[in-house]
Design a protein. Structure first.
Lengths: 83, 200
C-alpha cells in the first residue's frame, strides 16, 4: 500500500481516473471470492444468523461509541470558540 | 447505498456458488484472494497518494477538529468493549472487526486472511451495517449528538459513500472535515486491523 501511495504521489501530474474503477472492480472480485469461501464453509453457513446478530451488535455499539466521542469534541469546540 | 447493494450482491453470488458447490473443491487450495488483495492495497495507496488538492485543503481546518479521527477510534473501541463483555469471543476479535470503521471490503478481507473466515464474515456484515446506519440515521445523529456525529459514525467512508449525506445533514462547511476524517481513517484501517489481528 505504501508503494501505491508513493507511485500515486510521483504520478500525480497525470490523470488516472481509471484507478477508482480498478479499485471498485478489485473490491467486487474480492467480495465475490469471499462469498465463495464463506459458502463452501459449512460451519459458517450453519451459523450465519448468529454471526449476523453479532455483527449488528458490534455495528450499533461501535457507532454509538463514536458519535458519543464526537459529541464531547463538538461541545469542547463550541465552548472554546465562544471565548 | 447503491454501491453497497452491488457489493452485497457480489458477495451473495459467491455465497450461492459456494453453497451449491458449483465450483470444484480444489478452488480453496489456491490463494486467489491474497493476490487480488495485494493489487487492491496498491490501488488504494495509489489513489490516496494521487490527491494533491485534498492534501492542500487540510490546512483550512479548525485545529481542534483535527482530533476527530482520534475520538472516533477511541469511541468506537469503548463502544465495542461494552458488547464484548456479553460474548465468549475475545476482546481482540471485537476490536479487529470494529477497526474496519465501515470499510467493509478491506477489513473483511484482511480479517479473513488473519483470523479466519468466520470473523471475516462478521467484519463484512458489521461494517456494511455501520455504513447503512450512518446513511439512515445521519439526521438523528446531528440532532442528538452534534454536527460532527455523522462524520464520526461514517468512519472511513466519510470521503466517499457517506460524504453526500454528511454535507446534506451537517452542512457544506463540514466537507473538508469529512474528507480529512475519511482520509485519516482510510489510512488507519489496514494498520489498526493488522495490529489487532497480531495479538492472540
Amino acid at each position: 500500500m505504501l508503494a501505491g501511495v508513493f507511485a500515486g504521489f510521483l504520478l500525480r501530474k497525470w490523470k488516472f481516473r481509471f484507478v477508482n474503477g480498478i479499485i471498485l472492480t478489485l473490491i467486487w472480485l474480492l467480495l465475490f471470492l469471499l462469498g465463495v469461501e464463506v459458502g463452501m464453509n459449512e460451519q459458517v453457513v450453519k451459523n450465519f444468523a448468529t454471526l449476523g446478530l453479532e455483527a449488528l451488535l458490534i455495528a450499533v455499539f461501535a457507532t454509538l461509541g463514536s458519535v458519543t466521542g464526537s459529541l464531547l469534541l463538538w461541545r469542547n469546540i463550541k465552548k472554546h470558540s465562544r471565548l | 447505498m447503491k454501491g453497497s447493494l452491488i457489493i452485497l450482491s457480489f458477495f451473495a453470488a459467491g455465497l450461492l456458488l459456494g453453497v451449491y458447490r458449483v465450483l470444484p473443491a480444489s478452488w480453496l487450495d489456491y490463494d486467489y484472494s491474497f493476490y487480488v488483495l495485494a493489487a487492491l492495497m496498491f490501488s488504494v495507496g495509489f489513489s490516496l497518494g494521487h490527491q494533491p488538492d485534498t492534501i492542500q485543503q487540510f490546512r483550512r481546518i479548525h485545529s481542534r477538529v483535527l482530533f476527530l479521527p482520534l475520538t472516533t477510534v477511541v469511541g468506537t473501541f469503548l463502544g465495542v468493549l461494552i458488547v464484548s463483555f456479553f460474548s465468549e469471543r475475545s476482546v481482540i476479535d471485537f476490536l479487529a472487526v470494529a477497526s474496519g470503521f465501515g470499510y467493509y471490503s478491506l477489513s473483511s478481507i484482511l480479517i479473513t486472511e488473519y483470523k479466519g473466515i468466520e470473523l471475516g464474515t462478521i467484519a463484512l456484515l458489521a461494517n456494511i451495517l455501520r455504513e447503512i446506519i450512518t446513511l439512515l440515521f445521519a439526521p438523528a445523529m446531528v440532532k442528538y449528538f452534534g454536527k460532527l456525529a455523522p462524520i464520526a459514525a461514517g468512519g472511513a467512508t466519510t470521503m466517499d459513500t457517506t460524504f453526500p449525506i454528511i454535507i446534506r445533514t451537517s452542512g457544506k462547511e463540514f466537507s473538508v472535515v469529512s474528507i480529512y476524517h475519511g482520509f485519516v481513517m482510510d489510512l488507519s484501517v489496514p494498520f489498526l486491523v493488522t495490529l489487532c489481528c497480531s495479538f492472540k
